[in-house]
Design a protein around this ligand. Sequence first.
Ligand SMILES: Nc1nc2c(c(=O)[nH]1)N[C@H]1C(S)=C(S)[C@@H](COP(=O)(O)O)O[C@H]1N2
Ligand SMILES: [Mo]
Length: 394
Amino acid sequence: MVRKPRAPLIAPPDRLRVGPFREDAFTSRLHSPRIAALLGLALGVCFTICFATGLLSHLIQQPPDWFTWPSRPAGLYRVTQSLHVATGIAAIPLLLAKLWTVYPRFWVWPPVKNGMHLVERISLFPLVAGSLFLAFTGIANIGLWYPWRFFFPAGHYWASWITMGALIVHIGAKAGIVRREAFTRDPASLHEATGEGLSRRGFLWVIVATAGALTVTTVGQTFSPLNRLALLAPRRPDIGPQGFPVNKSALSAGVTDSARAPSYRLRVGGKVERELSLSLDELRSLPQVEATLPISCVEGWSANVAWRGVRVRDLLVMAGADEEVIVSVESLQTDGLYRASELNPSHARDPDTLLALDCNGDELHIDHGFPLRLIGPNRPGVMQTKWVGELIAL
Ligand SMILES: Nc1nc2c(c(=O)[nH]1)N[C@H]1C(S)=C(S)[C@@H](COP(=O)(O)O)O[C@H]1N2
Ligand SMILES: [Mo]
């Protein structure tokens, strides 16, 4: 069956066809559907990985009833969050190149062909604005720079849903052209277009090289063989007191006095048979356990550290807490979003979930959480509470 081409909704008068609306207004051969399709594919892959890993991180930090994040494999969060940040960074040059390639389409004539075309064009606004917003807020967060009033995780999270919704509409509208341009055309057609300046193939190489260079100069913040190349990463995982970075110092958390107070006691309370109150000497006289575990910050850096301390599980058994209990780990810090975190039963019972007294062979530095910090396998850095004062069985 041959479909009749649909008539335009309204036919705009030809005398409006001036400036960028002229037929030959954009001459570069780089504004090509084939480049747009290839970049679109690469962006689709980056966005999907970035969205899935970001969603996962959100679920881990704010678990709904149906979601439980296990404590094993110990390094899984480190991998998913590194992927989130790396794909987000690689998407930026791809996105800018794609916008440049397709922006002449903004002036297509007639501006609206039919209802579907209108929906597709409207969906470009949340797609482009959302992508730019996510890229900007993500990069700013990596640099701990918050030039806005909203709460970063919430804004970044909701923008990602809007962007992905618009992306699905966009993919629906463009699947045919991508199939044709990226898969069924002869690769030699990249040579086809004549004209001056950069070739299409050269343009694609520049973009791939830029995305690659950005990845290589940032991923060393989590992938140690590339440490020395992490020129653009704000954190080097091997630099900081005791050989690894600090996200929040004791001074800025306002705990310098309470953490050093001789009257310091770890309290274990809530739904327990016996409340405990343990001095540092008493904690040191309990069985000490060693574990090498990463700090995996949501901002993409991670560092492996050798920890030593008391098992949370042992303390819960001493206090007579239920096996299935959720434990709130509370800091001496009196305010701040990250002053407490929860251990689900999988994490609370894990033999490597510790309240650490030492790291890399020495007593904890105060910026790493002296006198006592939580460290457990497969947890985001924000949930590795420092300066722990209390465990509360909920
Ligand atoms: N009490 C408290 N603990 C905290 C934080 C905090 O702000 N307050 N920041 C967390 C974050 S975001 C990270 S990445 C890790 C970093 O630990 P480090 O400073 O020892 O590397 O500590 C976590 N523990
Ligand atoms: Mo963090």
